[in-house]
Design a protein. Structure first.
Length: 255
């Protein structure tokens, strides 16, 4: 028979959740610095295939390293979302549903990132082949555009942003009700999450560059908020707002 979750158990999970959130945020910042300085990311994503592939070939080692860092950031966020649920909600049924959006969103973004270190190098090699003729290069450019549209646009940007935006709003609501965190901090999270959760998916769907610019800046602010949340979970005791879900407890007791 397993014991029901207790305040002591939740307190042990908080540093774990905080560590995952801090690691994910710092990895994201590192990836952004590497790709922003070496690859012109994210503006390069809107460039035609010839410009993007030439830039990739020129800085391939850095580009692959940067996207591996992004991949790790999304990967770390998966256990981070699960640990966060356990730390600040004690397994409430609504929290489990929100966590599912976070896990799926991180996984969708992971599938988007992985194209750069694993798939695009082969495309870039064919692009830079000195023996390739114009028709070969045109076919390679079309391949790049197709991969970028599906793995980047459909999976990473549209689906990933949408799912992670729902998770961000849910987490901000739970944090708003969590006792032990500074009031100003709890109030800031929800507007950032709503702003990012609406503007970024909408901007990517409409292809609106201006809206995307503001959405990504709001997203950056929300990720800083997530980083601070991770630090606070490590250093401060907090009290989850939701009671333990009875159905989950019964399942644990029966096991």
């Amino acid at each position: 028979m397993s014991e029901l979750p207790t305040t002591l158990e939740a307190s042990r999970r908080r540093p774990v959740a905080g560590g995952f959130l801090v690691a994910s945020a710092l990895l994201s910042v590192l990836g952004y610095i590497i790709l922003g300085t070496q690859f012109g990311w994210p503006a390069v994503l809107d460039e035609p295939a010839d410009v993007a592939l030439d830039a990739f070939v020129e800085s391939e080692r850095w580009v692959r390293a940067g996207f591996y860092v992004f991949l790790m950031s999304s990967l770390v966020l998966i256990p981070g979302a699960i640990a966060l649920e356990e730390a600040i909600t004690r397994g409430h049924s609504a929290a489990r549903m929100i966590t599912a959006f976070g896990v799926l969103g991180a996984f969708a973004q992971l599938l988007g990132w992985v194209r750069w270190p694993l798939t695009i190098p082969g495309v870039a090699e064919r692009w830079s082949d000195p023996n390739a003729n114009e028709s070969d290069r045109a076919a390679t450019a079309a391949t790049y555009e197709l991969i970028n549209a599906y793995a980047g646009g459909a999976l990473g940007e549209h689906l990933g942003w949408l799912l992670q935006g729902i998770w961000a709003i849910g987490v901000s609501v739970f944090v708003l009700k969590t006792r032990g965190l500074p009031r100003w901090f709890r109030l800031v999270g929800l507007p950032l999450a709503v702003g990012y959760g609406i503007t970024v998916p909408l901007a990517t769907a409409l292809g609106n560059a201006g809206l995307e610019f503001w959405g990504l800046n709001i997203y950056s602010g929300w990720y800083v908020w997530l980083l601070v949340l991770g630090v606070l979970l490590i250093i401060r005791p907090v009290t989850p707002p939701w009671p333990v879900d009875e159905g989950r407890n019964q399942a644990r007791v029966s096991s």
